[in-house]
Design a protein around this ligand. Structure first.
Ligand code: SF4
Length: 171
């Protein structure tokens, strides 16, 4: 997207369309008290955060505060939990942790993913020095691709290609 300037036509993708459906909005609305179950005392909804330092932006479903002053992001997924957290979901929530830590100047120890389809499952993702280092490394790798115009290698997991918008042009 940033090197070849070929947009990702997300609206054509069934899963993305599903993700922004009215049904999802209703499910999310029904889940609005879930944040209290994790012991938070306050929250902000739909927070748009941008960091020039980390080259990141994100629209975070909820940012919660705990009694000890620490904060955490919550991301709602309109899907069922399938025993494992996808790497992309984990990276997304850790990026939100990084954004909150920088922009609010608060300690962030964890983030949450709430899988809300057919009930709800709350998954806690630890945010610590190791995970922060991993995220910073990923950001640097992406910046290197963009700044050096270096095409990244294909994924080793070909099942990811089936609904990729670039599958017809990917080398
Ligand atoms: S087609 Fe597969 S390898 Fe190519 S960009 Fe898409 S997911 Fe990655």
């Amino acid at each position: 997207m940033k090197v070849l300037m070929i947009p990702q036509y997300e609206k054509r993708r069934f899963k993305v369309q599903k993700g922004i459906s009215v049904h999802e909005k209703r499910e999310k609305e029904n889940s609005k008290y879930l944040w209290k179950k994790i012991g938070a005392i306050d929250r902000k909804s739909d927070a748009y955060l941008f960091s020039e330092k980390y080259h990141l932006f994100g629209l975070i479903d909820e940012i919660v505060t705990f009694a000890d002053g620490t904060m955490a992001p919550i991301d709602y997924k309109f899907s069922t939990y399938s025993k494992t957290v996808y790497k992309t979901h984990r990276i997304q929530i850790l990026c939100y942790c990084l954004l909150i830590e920088e922009l609010f100047g608060k300690t962030v120890k964890k983030g949450y993913i709430f899988y809300i389809r057919k009930g709800s499952k709350q998954v806690e993702i630890n945010y610590n020095k190791r995970s922060k280092d991993q995220i910073l490394k990923s950001i640097n790798e992406i910046l290197e691709i963009i700044q050096n115009e270096k095409i990244p290698p294909r994924t080793k997991y070909y099942n990811r290609c089936s609904d990729c918008t670039y599958k017809n042009i990917c080398i």
